[in-house]
Design a protein around this ligand. Structure first.
Ligand SMILES: Nc1ncnc2c1ncn2[C@@H]1O[C@H](COP(=O)(O)OP(=O)(O)OP(=O)(O)O)[C@@H](O)[C@H]1O
Ligand SMILES: [Mg+2]
Length: 594
């Protein structure tokens, strides 16, 4: 019986490869622009017609190709970028497989014009569905032009799956935006049906590029991130919360210039922005990772859109630390934060005292033992995969970002009003206090001793269902660290013998019930530190001073200093802004003044 297995011919092989490499016009543009970048072009012009379905043209002023190379370039597995297997371990170019041009040529009508500036004439090659139609010599400037017409003309199923010209053009523009960000030294021009959509001259860096690519609103919120760890370096721009977007696509990440999506990077970004974003909101970030080519495998995805890191933990830590440092660094916190005394002493009219003054009838039970009002600031702490907390610095210098603001007072039953030389600032004191409490609660995790607990005169027994009790019991250590003296009491109850100083006047039973709810909502899947953060958020929210309680000026001042002490972050742990700012210029305009 004749064998049933045969080796496929070249055309079929190319067509199959094309199925993986070329998905839509945007993937063609991506491959062609990558080739231009590898050819050291300083100017790249992209034209598309009818969303790229009719025509895609990429013109560059790069090295060009000799006549022989131009023919080879269209063959499968023909590349100038890789010679041996060893080279695969250290790829520094965008391309490396020698597959793109052959794949594109097999599913389109492709015209290649190129000249390397050494040969007397340039070369023109026309290929249709992989078959050579014509080749010629002609006078050309150095560089390469590739025209791809009627993509998928010979694969009707694929052609049918293409979306409307607008959608396809949108994808093209998205890819080009990424290239423009990653390669600021290259000038890009992009036209759709003759209309210029992007025209970015060469500039020095990404930030200048952003000026031509993004709206002012985005630019105004960006802060620079820059961080190194071992052999890897992170640089880029992140938007300061509360600026946020509605999906994770607003996070662009590049590894050695290549735009990739990566699980490690995404979870690090999410981690770094945790507790700074409202639920369902996502950060805006443009991040560049520079990693030695031998420490990252780029050969793991047909469209080169994913990578594998040799040391993912290093990359994770680098990103978390880098972003956190940027967020709690200069622009959040123009001046150095200073350390709050552990015991504020007699002068301190703290928010916490304020809270205690407002105590409800359960107050008499509390016998203050040692009035450490809040879990104390953590000592400078080692960085691990946890986000680094802003370490309080020793020498109190000039007042911090918040403490330098003047206090006007408080609106009746509502917000606090502050001012600076240029702004009128309304502050949500509940959100502010929430942030302070939250940061201090998190710091208890890294302290040697649990926070001080204040004994209740009569221990309180709280009853729960068996499941609730089990959930709470699993977190007794966390509760003790933040200053609760609490134990199991049979299968369906807990006994509370002491509460932390920051606890304020919250109803104990309500408080524990709300923690159970968080435990049920958050679940135990994934990152265990997330549940802890959610618990701390809930505790902070319960204990924070309420909007309706009007604060005295000294209390406001104290709160401002506390905010600086925890990093001057301008959003509450749920991601809501702490301040609303009205510039004097804006107010003058409203007043009809120039
Ligand atoms: N615009 C260009 N300018 C100069 N040379 C080019 C250009 N485009 C392609 N080439 C040459 O043609 C070769 C084949 O290109 P092709 O895109 O098919 O493969 P590759 O870039 O090597 O790898 P990959 O398949 O990963 O993209 C390249 O290695 C390069 O030498
Ligand atoms: Mg290529």
């Amino acid at each position: 019986m004749a064998g049933r297995i045969t080796i496929l011919d070249e055309t079929v092989i190319n067509r199959i490869a094309a199925g993986e490499v070329v998905e839509r016009p945007a993937s063609v543009v991506k491959e062609l622009v990558e080739n231009s970048i590898d050819a050291e072009a300083t100017s790249i012009q992209v034209d598309i017609e009818n969303g790229g379905k009719k025509l895609i043209r990429v013109r560059d002023n790069g090295t060009g190709m000799s006549r022989d190379d131009a023919f080879l370039a269209l063959e499968r597995h023909a590349t100038s970028k890789l010679r041996t297997e060893k080279d695969l371990m250290g790829i520094a170019t965008m391309g490396f497989r020698g597959e793109a041009l052959a794949s594109i040529a097999s599913v389109s009508q492709l015209r290649l014009l190129t000249c390397d500036g050494n040969e007397p004439a340039g070369t023109e090659i026309i290929i249709e569905g992989g078959a050579l139609r014509k080749s010629d010599g002609l006078g050309l400037a150095r560089g390469t032009v590739i025209e791809v017409r009627n993509l998928f003309f010979n694969v009707p199923v694929r052609r049918k799956f293409l979306k409307s010209p607008q959608v396809e053009a949108g994808h093209v523009q998205e890819f080009l935006t990424r290239f423009a960000l990653a390669f600021p030294a290259i000038g890009f021009t992009y036209r759709e049906d003759g209309r210029v959509r992007m025209d970015t001259p060469p500039v020095k860096g990404t930030f200048e590029r952003i000026h031509t690519l993004y709206a002012k609103e985005v630019r105004d919120n960006l802060i620079a991130a820059e961080h190194s760890s071992g052999t890897a370096r992170l640089h880029g721009l992140v938007a300061r919360p509360p600026y946020a977007r509605s999906n994770m696509r607003s996070v662009l990440t590049f590894v050695n210039g290549r735009c990739v999506r990566d699980r490690v990077i995404n979870s690090a970004v999410t981690k770094a922005f945790a507790n700074l974003m409202e639920r369902g909101r996502f950060p805006f970030a443009i991040l560049f990772l520079e990693v030695p080519p031998e420490e990252v495998d780029v050969n793991v995805h047909p469209q080169k859109a994913e990578v594998r890191f040799i040391n993912p933990q290093q990359i994770y830590d680098l990103i978390v630390d880098g972003i956190y440092e940027a967020l709690t660094g200069a622009p959040f916190n123009v001046l150095k934060p200073h350390r709050e005394p552990l015991l504020p002493g007699a002068v301190a009219a703290t928010v916490d005292h304020h809270l205690r003054e407002g105590r409800r009838p359960d107050e008499p039970f509390v016998r203050p033992k040692n009035s450490s009002p809040l879990p104390a600031a953590a000592p400078a702490q080692k960085r691990g995969s946890e986000p680094p907390k802003t370490s309080a610095r020793d020498t109190p210098e000039a007042p911090g970002r918040f403490a330098s603001l003047g206090v006007l007072g408080a609106l009746p039953n509502s917000f606090v009003v502050l001012y600076s030389d240029e702004e009128l600032i309304v502050m949500d004191h509940h959100a502010a206090h929430e942030r302070v409490l939250f940061e201090r609660l998190r710091r208890t995790e890294h302290e040697r001793e649990p926070s001080e607990s204040q004994d209740l005169l009569i221990p309180i027994v709280l009853e729960f269902t068996a499941l609730e009790t089990r959930l709470l019991s699993a977190h007794l250590e966390t509760l003790r660290r933040v200053g609760f003296s609490v134990e199991e009491f049979g299968d369906t109850a807990l006994v509370v013998r002491g509460v932390p100083g920051w606890f304020g006047c919250t109803d104990l039973e309500d408080f524990f019930r709300s923690l159970v709810e968080v435990m049920l909502d958050t679940g135990t899947k994934g990152d265990p530190s997330r549940l802890k953060d959610e618990l701390f958020k809930k505790m902070a929210c319960n204990a924070a001073v309420k909007e309706a309680s009007s604060m005295r000026p000294e209390e406001i001042k104290h709160l401002l200093r506390d905010l600086d002490g925890v990093g001057s972050i301008d959003v509450c742990p749920h991601g809501r802004p702490i301040t609303a700012r009205f510039s004097l210029a804006e107010i003058r305009r409203k007043m009809g003044r120039k």
